[in-house]
Design a binder for this molecule. Structure first.
Ligand code: SAM
Length: 382
């Protein structure tokens, strides 16, 4: 698998993160290449002037942040995995970090932005959020260029650029990718709230979801099935692994009144929504005992520390469908659990999670099943 990106007089060695042995996917795509070539051929660096800066939004693994290493730039992402990849690839390529900032998408966007490069995200709501924030810091002379695979750029995508930025057109497709050019025009901007809030009737909880949170418009049916099938016991230290908006961990807070629940997700927006939801729906004393961590699974957590890990595992990283994150999460959960501690997961019936758990834990019990999902439980033993 090719790890060397040679483009416009630069050679960059780029890895996807987390790295795994049988990696078949590159850390950049033809959309990155199209954008870099467009930038250099049109000498867009001249737009930056003395004080201006480049804003890079949604760089996947660091191709853009590394390539533009000579320029003052800020990279914005919602993904801790992207953030870690970008930092590691910057180090790998000895990129100067002095003129570089990386921040999560919930922080205020930087000022004096003269060129903006965007990789179109998967969801329109998140794109809307990004462009709404962007609009606060750009002016008529800012150049906005976005890119993505052809199959990710729909009429609705272009409508969002028209709505928040201004007149928008696209390039021809090259290697299945396209560029989007938007002119910054003065127009009345919609002030709509992009985060959603809905209620879970059974518990009477109001659930807040930032734009990029998994299942932001309704309770995920897999998540609901896990909420309905928590194990009985007097658990004290519980993890909601891949917490999204936090509904599974909140159910644990309710079911095990003495438990300290730790909410973990790699999306900054997810963890912030989970934090908001716990604060909004629980008494102060109870919510003070919850922890919220943006992280790659349980990596870096102490072993032998938790007695229950709950997980509705992800099955893709960015655009790629994969089971390696679930696999890592199960391994990390085993490490983090105390002896006799439990990992309880929900999964689509057709996925081979049972086989994976048996291999990692040496045991796996089918706790419940319906037409679509299974609930599986594995116990840590030596
Ligand atoms: N628990 C929520 C529910 O049941 O509605 C969300 C479950 S969703 C299927 C999986 C979650 O895992 C997503 O919120 C995703 O952002 C998160 N995730 C993906 N990769 C992760 C990783 N490496 N570490 C932590 N969380 C991750």
């Amino acid at each position: 698998m090719n790890e060397l990106l040679t483009i416009a007089d630069q050679n960059l060695v780029l890895h996807r993160h987390p790295r795994h042995k049988k990696e078949t996917l590159q850390a950049w795509d033809s959309a990155d290449e199209y954008l870099i070539n467009h930038f250099t051929e049109n000498e867009l660096q001249n737009q930056l002037g003395e004080e201006g800066q480049l804003l890079i939004i949604n760089d996947s693994f660091g191709a853009l942040s590394c390539f533009f290493q000579q320029l003052k730039r800020t990279t914005i992402t919602d993904s801790y995995l992207s953030l870690s990849s970008i930092k590691l690839n910057m180090q790998r390529n000895n990129c100067n970090e002095e003129n570089f900032l990386i921040q999560d998408c919930l922080q205020t966007f930087p000022e004096n932005v003269k060129v903006v490069l965007i990789k179109v995200p998967k969801t329109n709501a998140y794109l809307e959020y990004l462009l709404q924030q962007l609009r606060e810091v750009i002016s008529a002379d800012t150049i906005v260029v976005a890119t993505g695979k052809v199959n990710m750029i729909h009429n609705s995508t272009l409508d969002i650029f028209e709505k928040y930025i201004g007149s928008t057109k696209t390039s021809l497709a090259k290697k299945k990718s396209r560029l989007i050019f938007s002119l910054v025009e003065s127009q009345t901007l919609p002030e709509n709230e992009i985060a959603t809030t809905w209620e879970i009737e059974k518990q009477g909880w109001k659930i807040h979801n930032h734009a990029n949170v998994f299942s932001r418009n309704h309770l995920d049916i897999g998540g609901r099935y896990l909420m309905d099938n928590l194990p009985e016991g007097d658990f004290e230290k519980v993890v909601d692994l891949g917490c999204g908006n936090g509904v599974v961990g909140m159910t644990a807070m309710q079911t095990y009144p003495n438990a300290q629940v730790t909410f973990i997700d790699e999306s900054f927006m997810a963890v912030d929504s989970a934090r908001i939801n716990v604060i909004k729906n629980f008494e102060e004393e109870r919510s003070e005992n919850a922890r919220f961590v943006v992280n790659n699974g349980l990596l870096g957590f102490k072993g032998e520390s938790y007695d229950l890990v709950l997980c509705n595992p992800p099955f893709h990283q960015q655009q790629a469908i994969t089971d390696h994150i679930a696999w890592s999460m199960f391994n990390e959960a085993r490490f983090a659990l105390v002896e006799n501690g439990e990992l309880v997961i929900v999964g689509n019936r057709h996925l081979d999670y049972k086989d994976k758990l048996e291999r990692i834990f040496g045991n796996c019990e089918l706790v419940a099943e319906n037409k679509k999902f299974v609930i599986l439980r594995a116990i840590k033993s030596y």
